[in-house]
Design a protein around this ligand. Structure first.
Ligand code: FAD
Length: 454
């Protein structure tokens, strides 16, 4: 490939802080709040114009749809997101669980409020393009924005980009599946103008269950059996009818999935129906393809809903997610990499920074935490090998495929985020490196913040 050489240049240092969190999804937002509440001067960067990551930027609203009567759930900032959203009119009862779905648009305001209350320095519209390194220790990041290139220095950095962008560029080892094995990407969308009564009556007349998720080659799911008869807000039949009627081309037999909430005003939200395979979320050419193919498929899905789903006859597109939904890219090689066995068999770790229910959703497995089982999230899964002063939070923590199907869920990302934020603050206070951190001190601060780790 032809190459050009960029000239070396000096870059303004626009901020020096204690803890710098890059990425503001459930992982990064929780990390920034936790670090600030633990007393560290904290800044939070996002490349887009709002905090919240997949919640606000993709439109992923099902924050705790796994929760049932006997679920033993985590405690801490993730639960606070849900409670605060409820209090601020940014949540709706979720149809399949004892939880509330977040309102993707209103949650932008919730996140702003939380950031301001915690005294976190907000830095939107900045893409982090490179780590600033001294040998193998990270000292900060370079950002690109409308202001050009800028440098931000920090005593500790938390990479919550979802893609481990900072860790990868800092030279930390990571794993990425082959494209053919990656989870599909999705263009999320919501519709308006839905007749709620007709829609709900139709759902009640033919309630779908998790067993209905299986059914064609694309969608074969392993469960424990106890999930199979539970209600799921799942839609495939309208798309099957549209395929049979020739309204959708045959290769789009993958259109199916879940809806989130339907409001009294006729908004049908969080339509998770489009799944585009073999897209690498770290490749902008793939991202371009995924966005455009995904939108085209969403248009087909809407046509099918209008024709074959009662209540949707006059509905129209309300919005696409701001950006493509990516589920699966880099996972760091951490001091400890979680395993499928850990999340299936209630792993217990002395260095736990949180717990997460036995909820596994992905790679053809669906296990719901209906029995009170849960696993410990170990601190070491956040610590990348080979790079000093850097932690990773959210969906790119260390682990294999099946553990990712659990750890990637937003509530668990908030758990790893809170753990990372507290660990970063404690590591500065104690002047201890991340790979030699006193975990008891981290756990004391987590307990003070109301997180559960046993
Ligand atoms: C379509 C879809 C449906 C899903 N459904 C559910 C569900 O129902 N329930 C559930 O619990 N989970 C669901 N998930 C998974 C969940 O949304 C993600 O795993 C989770 O949001 C990951 O959180 P995170 O904090 O690691 O990263 P993200 O939420 O991806 O946030 C990363 C943030 O970092 C920013 N960023 C990235 N790179 C840079 C950079 N270089 N510089 C600056 N900023 C950067 C991004 O703009 C973003 O704000 C779904 C995912 C998708 C894609």
């Amino acid at each position: 490939m032809q190459k050009i050489h960029e000239l070396a240049r000096s870059v303004d240092v626009v901020l020096e802080t204690d803890v710098l969190v890059v990425g503001s999804g459930p992982g990064g937002l929780a990390a920034a709040l936790a670090a600030a509440r633990a007393g560290a001067r904290t800044a939070l960067i996002d490349r887009n114009g709002c905090f919240g990551g997949n919640i606000t930027q993709v439109g992923v609203e099902g924050f705790a749809w796994y929760r049932h009567e006997n679920t033993v759930d985590c405690e801490g900032i993730g639960i606070e997101f849900e409670e605060r959203a409820k209090a601020m009119g940014a949540a709706m009862p979720e149809p399949q669980s004892l939880s509330h779905a977040l309102d993707a648009e209103m949650f932008k305001w919730v996140a702003d409020t939380l950031v301001q209350e915690a005294g976190v320095t907000p830095l939107l519209h900045r893409l982090c393009v490179a780590p600033i390194m001294e040998k193998s220790v990270i000292l900060g990041v370079i950002t690109e924005s409308k202001a050009g290139r800028e440098a931000i220095l920090a005593k500790r950095v938390v990479d919550a980009t979802g893609d481990a962008d900072i860790a990868a560029r800092a030279g930390a080892p990571f794993h990425k599946s082959l494209k053919k094995d990656m989870m599909a990407v999705s263009v999320m969308f919501s519709m308006s103008g839905v007749n709620k009564r007709r829609f709900i009556d139709s759902v009640k007349a033919d309630p779908q269950t998790y067993a209905d998720w299986s059914g064609n080659g694309e969608w074969d799911y392993e469960t424990t059996g106890k999930e199979d008869q539970l209600f799921s807000p799942f839609l495939r039949k309208p798309f099957k009818k549209a395929l049979d009627a020739g309204l959708i081309p045959p290769y789009l037999h993958t259109i199916a999935g879940t809806w989130g909430t339907v409001t009294d005003q006729g908004d049908l939200t969080y339509l998770n129906l489009v799944h585009v395979p073999e897209i690498d979320g770290t490749d902008p050419n793939d991202l371009t393809l995924g966005e455009m193919r995904g939108r085209r498929e969403a248009i087909y899905a809407m046509e099918a809903l209008r024709k074959f789903m009662p209540g949707c006859e006059d509905a129209k597109l309300r919005n696409f997610g701001m950006t493509l939904g990516i589920r699966d890219t880099r996972k760091i090689d951490a001091l400890y990499n979680l395993t499928g066995n850990d999340v299936r068999e209630q792993a217990r770790f002395d260095d736990a920074i949180g717990i997460f229910p036995e909820f596994i959703d992905g790679y053809g497995i669906l296990i719901l935490p209906t029995t009170g089982r849960y696993w410990h999230v170990p601190y070491r899964a956040l610590v990348p090998k080979g790079v000093g002063n850097l932690l990773v939070a959210g969906r790119s923590i260390g682990g294999d495929k099946v553990s990712h199907a659990s750890a990637r869920n937003m509530m668990c990302c908030a758990v790893s985020g809170q753990g990372a934020g507290v660990a970063a603050a404690v590591s500065i206070q104690r002047d201890e490196a991340f790979d030699a951190l006193n975990i008891g001190a981290v756990q004391s601060e987590l307990a003070r913040q109301g997180a559960r780790f046993r």
